[in-house]
Design a protein around this ligand. Structure first.
Ligand code: ATP
Ligand code: MG
Length: 255
């Protein structure tokens, strides 16, 4: 089982979109993939046709001491999703206290799922520092750092990479991180220049661009991943390229 955290210091950059679409890309290649929603917004399931009102998930399962396996939702195509689940604020606080008490809680639960050796787990995290991000960083083998091609993302990227280095690279089983710049629009000069600047100054080996593509937004509106929605669009091509790079990182290990 390889665990991949999709993270960012900022909100609304495309973490959930990438978590879902990278998961589906690997599933379409025949891999067993579990997508886990660590964000109380409970929005990852939208990309698979679930509602944000979907009740079952990791939060409720934990609070009722149920097996996380019972909360896994599976699509006809074989996508496996573990939603965050719908809970009220006081139950959420109890869940978060449980996570704070045991920094390895997530990893323990994922190991108990007994997934095949060659499976992948994607962890979608809320923006910025949180107990969920902390759990994800201590469980994962790879971090996919999601950025936008703007001055705010560029200005904070190195600080965030330092954080990944501090929190993840100390573990022997950590393989590395890759940068994905999302929503790139080459028709916008600043956006295009920022993308090039990021490519030059951030980790170049594992660096991918996902273009701004209306099909990506339309796909989630239809409860689908873009790869299932439009096989020919630029978003699908970019996601598939990112998967090639991600697999390379996992094959080669540390940068
Ligand atoms: N490459 C893209 N092209 C077009 N639209 C995109 C692209 N990536 C993401 N979006 C849209 O941008 C919005 C934000 O994406 P998403 O919810 O995945 O971000 P997020 O980082 O998970 O947000 P949050 O921090 O709230 O969890 C969504 O409406 C999504 O459809
Ligand atoms: Mg999100």
């Amino acid at each position: 089982m390889k665990i991949i955290t999709v993270a960012s210091g900022k909100g609304g950059v495309g973490k959930t979109t990438l978590s879902a679409n990278l998961s589906v890309a690997l599933r379409r290649q025949g891999h067993k993939v579990l997508s886990v929603d660590l964000d109380p917004q409970n929005g990852l399931g939208l990309h698979f046709g679930l509602s944000t009102e979907h009740i079952n998930g990791i939060s409720r399962a934990t609070l009722s001491s149920a097996d996380w396996r019972d909360a896994i939702w599976q699509s006809e195509e074989g996508d496996m999703v573990l939603p965050y689940g719908l809970i009220n604020d006081s139950d959420k606080a109890i869940f978060e206290m449980k996570l704070a008490d045991d920094p390895d809680y997530l990893l323990t639960q994922l190991e108990l799922l007994d997934l095949p050796e060659d499976s992948y787990v994607f962890l979608d995290t809320p923006p910025g520092a949180s107990i969920y991000q902390q759990q994800a960083f201590s469980a994962c083998h790879v971090v996919v750092l999601t950025l936008l091609a703007d001055a705010a993302s560029f200005g904070t990227a190195n600080k965030y990479i330092k954080k990944i280095k501090m929190e993840c690279y100390g573990r022997k089983n950590f393989m590395g991180h890759m940068n994905i710049v999302n929503q790139v629009d080459r028709n916008r000069q600043l956006n295009s220049d920022m993308t090039d600047l990021m490519r030059e100054t951030l980790n170049v080996e594992y660096f991918n661009v996902i273009h701004q593509d209306q099909s990506i937004a339309e796909a989630v509106a239809c409860g689908q991943a873009v790869l299932d929605y439009d096989a020919e669009c630029i978003g699908t091509r970019d996601i598939n390229n990112a998967v090639v790079n991600l697999k390379e990182l996992m094959a080669n290990g540390r940068v």
